[in-house]
Design a binder for this molecule. Structure first.
Ligand code: FPP
Length: 234
């Protein structure tokens, strides 16, 4: 038996976050829900900085799910407006931030103005190397897997391998996330990265998303570093 000492996990290459609790944060303050989302957008910027600082290479953020279309239209409009504003602000000095933008999700149904800004930002940030920010937008994991299988069928495949499916997902170049964080005390995956999460570690915190910051992010990384213990070399 190899009794050599425990080796800590290194920094995860890919962290994925379910940003939850904006509505409750606003409600606690008797603010409109959109004020919660606005505060949430600030938390997004803090988290991008923290991830870069920590040496995380890929950050996937669940910004809008396929199920979120059932929210009141004014909240949906407000969320997309916020996304546009954030993209504008960020795209201006994207080079300085070194962040490369990717999108996971269906482009169908996205407002044309949003789609245009996104495409621009993807192009203008394509050369950046500090951190890849993958925004899950109009994203659903079952939809992602289904479209992958349909893509393979259209290619004429009659049997598919796991590698085929992985290669037909929205962002096949991204490694699976080693760590998935969900804020606000909810402990479920909600149709997020079902395929990619097969071996992910989960970190749940009661902190509401607008209150999430570098300190909270680093707590999750520390917990992760102790999580999977490897005894001896692999
Ligand atoms: C969950 O809170 C959050 C969302 C559905 C949207 C996430 C959006 C942002 C963080 C802001 C904009 C994003 C970017 C990338 C600029 P909730 O509304 O479900 O909260 P609740 O469960 O407390 O009601």
């Amino acid at each position: 038996i190899n009794m050599s000492k425990e080796i800590q996990n290194t920094t995860p290459r890919h962290v994925a976050i379910i940003m939850d609790g904006n509505g409750r944060w606003a409600k606690e303050r008797r603010f409109p829900r959109l004020a919660g989302h606005r505060a949430g957008a600030n938390a997004v910027e803090r988290t991008i900085k923290a991830a870069k600082q920590a040496g995380v290479e890929f950050l996937t953020l669940y910004a809008f799910s396929t199920e979120n279309w059932s929210r009141p239209q004014d909240e949906i409009d407000g969320l997309f407006k916020l996304l546009e504003q954030t993209l504008d602000r960020y795209a201006k000095d994207a080079a300085k931030h070194g962040v490369k933008l990717l999108i996971s999700g269906s482009r169908e149904k996205l407002p044309p103005a949003v789609l245009e800004k996104i495409n621009k930002a993807i192009t203008s940030t394509a050369q950046n190397t500090a951190l890849t920010l993958n925004l899950a937008l109009n994203y659903g994991a079952r939809q992602e897997i289904t479209q992958a299988v349909n893509t393979l069928l259209k290619q004429g495949k009659t049997a598919v391998s796991m590698e085929d499916i992985s290669a037909a997902l929205y962002q096949p170049a991204l490694p699976d996330p080693e760590l998935i964080i969900r804020t606000s005390g909810e402990e479920r995956l909600s149709n997020f990265l079902l395929w990619q999460a097969a071996y992910s570690e989960f970190y749940f915190t009661p902190v509401l998303w607008p209150d999430f910051d570098e300190n909270e992010f680093n707590k999750a990384l520390t917990e992760y570093s102790h999580r999977t213990r490897r005894f001896g070399g692999i």
